[in-house]
Ligand binder design. Structure first.
Ligand code: PHE
Length: 356
């Protein structure tokens, strides 16, 4: 028995030498030490021995088992270390490879324009506020000198808020999605102390969709009320804004117009930058963008006495001017931005948005 054990030990140790990976080692372990392995099989023979011989053989068998186990574990530790080193070498990090840069977003071009507009007017002391974008007919029309059912209301193509299919109504009339930021005028007069320098920038809504019109767009509304305010102040403010926003070479002009809430009323124009205000291109053809050398920015005027009264202000003591211009339109008039279809601004197409 002892000899057999000696031989087996030698065989196992030799076999182990030839192993080069963990699975090979495991195979050997099963073959020699597993439940039906060579060593347990051999040890079954112990039973048949006489007491003394069994003791001796048993003790020796333990020795053999210990030394074989040790050889197995030592090799296992080696092989495991080797396989870790190999896996690491394969997956090693090449610090010279360019990394993956995360996308960095930026403000939407409308928000950028709003920030710029706000900053320019703040230099003249206009304070930004936000009056409601869902408001009573009273603030959107009534207090602005629109008689009930006056056809001029149609110019504003207003959305009304429904209550079970019927226009919702309350003490201040119907509820509208504000079609212009002028609803902020009388609200500001009610809220603020005089003098007033308000810049109300907000979303506005009209029933219109086309390549040049959106049902939702933005306006910025200036309102200045003080003693002895004149048209010259309005023009000076307009000119300041245009030169800051569009550039010092741009010219301004006003054309007579009509609004219910200003008197006199104007449309304000900015010289076209494509044809430098001439209306003609170098090739002798009319400028495609403006045709006449001027681009229309939007409406303005001196605040109507009835509007001042609606806001609790005495028109014999105070006067003021107001203007309301579209953010998107103003932005597109700035050189370099040529958007053939304005709807693309709010379709969240990254290929478009990333450009600004
Ligand atoms: N609210 C007018 C519009 O939407 C613009 C305007 C504002 C005109 C203030 C005069 C004074 O067209």
């Amino acid at each position: 028995m002892k000899n057999e054990l000696k031989n087996l030990r030698a065989e196992i140790l030799e076999a182990i030498e030839g192993v080069s990976d963990l699975s090979g080692l495991e195979d050997l372990r099963v073959k020699y030490l597993g439940r039906k392995g060579t060593l347990p099989n051999l040890l079954k023979g112990l039973k048949g021995l006489a007491d003394d011989a069994r003791k001796e053989a048993g003790a020796f068998a333990n020795e053999v088992k210990l030394s074989v186990d040790e050889a197995f574990s030592a090799l296992q530790i080696d092989l495991e270390a080797k396989s870790r080193a190999e896996a690491f070498a394969e997956a090693h990090i090449d610090i010279t490879r360019p990394g993956i840069t995360p996308d960095i977003g930026h403000l939407h071009l409308t928000t950028q324009a709003i920030e710029e507009i706000k900053t320019i007017f703040s230099r003249l002391g206009f304070v930004q506020v936000r009056h409601p974008e869902i408001d009573w007919d009273h603030y959107a029309f009534g207090a602005l000198n629109f008689p009930e059912d006056h056809p001029a209301r149609d110019d504003w193509e207003t959305f009304f808020i429904d209550d079970a299919g019927k226009a919702a109504e309350g003490e201040n009339g119907k509820i509208v999605l504000t079609p212009h930021t002028s609803n902020g005028q009388v609200r500001e007069m009610e809220r603020s102390e005089l003098p007033i320098r308000m810049m109300n920038i907000n979303k506005t809504y009209r029933r219109q969709v086309s390549a040049r019109h959106l049902p939702m767009f933005h306006q910025f509304e200036g309102l200045l009320i003080d003693k002895d305010v004149s048209i010259a102040d309005l023009l000076g403010t307009f000119d300041f804004f245009v030169k800051q926003f569009f550039g010092p070479e741009r010219k301004t002009r006003l054309r007579p117009h009509h609004f219910r809430f200003t008197e006199p009323s104007f449309e304000l124009d900015v010289s076209c930058d494509v044809c430098a205000g001439t209306g003609m291109r170098e090739n002798g053809l009319k400028c495609k963008l403006c045709k006449v050398g001027w681009l229309e920015l939007g409406g303005a005027g001196m605040v109507h006495p009835n509007v001042l009264r609606a806001g609790g202000i005495d028109p014999d003591v105070y006067s003021g001017f107001a203007f309301g211009w579209g953010v998107e339109r103003t932005m597109m008039m700035k050189g370099g931005i040529n958007i053939p279809d304005i709807r693309v601004m709010y379709q969240n197409d990254m290929r478009f948005l990333e450009q600004f």
